[in-house]
Design a protein around this ligand. Structure first.
Ligand code: OAD
Length: 240
């Protein structure tokens, strides 16, 4: 019998962009192997190590802006374009590869690396160039007050209300390339499942919250996700 989902919610993490040659955070070659997140990804650490932290995010921004979406990003876009149901994306990624692949309904719960935030006037603005300690805010013209417009450890996620609403009404929840270690995103699968959604995880390896999923699809997201999307479009996702 064909199964029809009305509300599909993706949660994407660094692993979906790994095949676009963007580093993940954990595991071999992960960003947090070469750098202590306390030094650059907390507000206290950022302020204390301002120059090094800005340089870390300048590299991240350059790489993100130069990257191209891969088959996994494109598969989600195809599903959005061809599936008769709502398809939304909660992403922990600060890159913009979902936008580059023309996906819609994308919620950057950890912010975006192509934006900066002024600690003086609290306004955000698009940033495609390197930010230096002396770079001036285009709004308040204050110098030395810019940080990347991304969520640091200890800060609230963005779009928390929308995420909650989407998870509550999801009937299919799909996590792609996330280690399931960072709250609150790591709790989304359990919450979606509790509300009645089918929960499926796509990852190279077993993730920390694997017990929250009905199904685990092991492998590279660029290979596994397009196949799964074809199954959904054919009305037979469970056969995958
Ligand atoms: P992680 O680096 O923690 O995990 C990446 C996951 O992707 C791992 O479980 C890998 O096994 C998997 N993976 C790698 N390549 C893959 C591939 N080709 N196909 C499928 N899976 C693959 O990244 P996140 O879970 O996204 O927060 O990390 C969550 C948050 O922790 C990040 O958003 C970041 C970080 O600290 C902030 O910057 C606020």
């Amino acid at each position: 019998m064909k199964k029809k989902y009305r509300n599909i919610v993706f949660l994407t993490g660094a692993g979906i962009s790994a095949e676009s040659r963007l580093a993940t955070f954990r595991g071999n070659g992960g960003l947090w192997n070469g750098c202590n997140p306390d030094d650059v990804a907390t507000l206290g650490g950022f302020k204390k190590n301002r120059e090094a932290a800005l340089s870390f995010y300048n590299n991240l921004r350059r790489e993100a802006l130069n990257a191209e979406p891969n088959a996994a990003h494109l598969a989600i876009t195809k599903l959005q374009q061809e599936y008769d149901g709502e398809v939304s994306i909660l992403t922990q990624n600060v890159d913009t590869l979902h936008e580059k692949s023309h996906s819609k309904n994308v919620y950057h719960i950890h912010g975006r690396i192509d934006q900066s935030l002024c600690l003086n006037c609290s306004r955000a603005f698009e940033t495609t160039e390197d930010v230096l300690p002396e770079t001036v805010c285009p709004h308040c013209e204050c110098s030395g007050s810019l940080r990347p417009d991304i969520v640091f450890f200890g800060e609230e996620i963005r779009f928390g209300k929308q995420a909650k609403e989407l998870i509550c009404k999801a009937d299919l929840f799909i996590a792609v390339g996330t280690s399931g270690t960072i709250v609150p995103a790591s709790k989304f699968a359990a919450e979606a499942k509790r509300k009645g959604a089918r929960a499926v995880a796509f990852n190279l390896e077993r993730l920390a919250n694997l017990g929250d999923f009905h199904q685990f699809v092991a492998g590279k997201a660029s290979v596994t996700l397009p196949k799964f999307v074809c199954g959904l479009l054919d009305g037979a996702p469970e056969i995958y």
